[in-house]
Design a protein around this ligand. Structure first.
Ligand SMILES: [Zn+2]
Length: 200
């Protein structure tokens, strides 16, 4: 119903999490009202995104790429972090939330997703395989399942518990008391600190 260039962009924005057709259309019409310079900067930012970033080959954390031949993120490469404790999070934003508490001293594993409520939405299996491989390679003392306290996060944590059960590693989860259905990135730092301290 819209001219093709508009409809094409609407279809792309609709692939973003939580964005429906009406919001997608609002984004596109907002862009039309913005200056051409803004649209060019946005397009360039999107085009260069992958080149300017480093995805850690070990944990999946994403950082600015500054040193040329670096493959590990600053957390994995930091010898003062507890390399035997791995917190498993759904997304990089959840890793950032735990970092903001300034209490967690271990390292991470980013799943880049969860097992959705829908039957056809399955967990991206590559990061799970990588996690199981890390447990074998790195022999961690503890895996902290820090998935979001949502239906999807709980389903994902239970799935990982089953996968990890065969391996010789202690598996803990963040303490309850986190509000149901709220992603970790929106939980205040004190509550997250308590959930970390009370993990079991
Ligand atoms: Zn890393």
């Amino acid at each position: 119903m819209y001219p093709e260039p508009i409809q094409n962009l609407i279809d792309m924005f609709r692939q973003f999490p939580g964005i429906g057709p009406r919001q997608a259309a609002r984004f596109v019409f907002h862009l039309l009202n913005e200056s051409e310079a803004f649209r060019k900067d946005l397009a360039a930012g999107i085009t260069n995104l992958a080149d300017l970033l480093l995805a850690c080959t070990r944990c999946g954390n994403i950082e600015s790429r500054n040193a040329a031949a670096k493959s590990l993120c600053s957390i994995c490469a930091n010898a003062s972090r507890d390399q035997k404790r791995i917190a498993v999070v759904e997304e990089v934003v959840d890793l950032r939330a735990l970092e903001r508490t300034r209490t967690y001293q271990g390292i991470y594993h980013v799943l880049a997703g969860n097992i959705g409520a829908k039957k056809d939405a399955v967990l991206n299996t590559a990061p799970v395989k990588r996690l199981l491989a890390r447990v074998k390679e790195e022999s961690p003392e503890e895996i902290i399942l820090a998935t979001n306290p949502t239906y999807e996060g709980d389903t994902t944590a239970r799935y990982l518990e089953r996968e990890l059960a065969a391996l010789d590693v202690k598996v803990t989860r963040l303490a309850r008391g986190l509000a149901k259905g709220v992603d970790l990135e929106y939980v205040d730092e004190e509550t997250l600190k308590e959930a970390l301290a009370g993990r079991h």
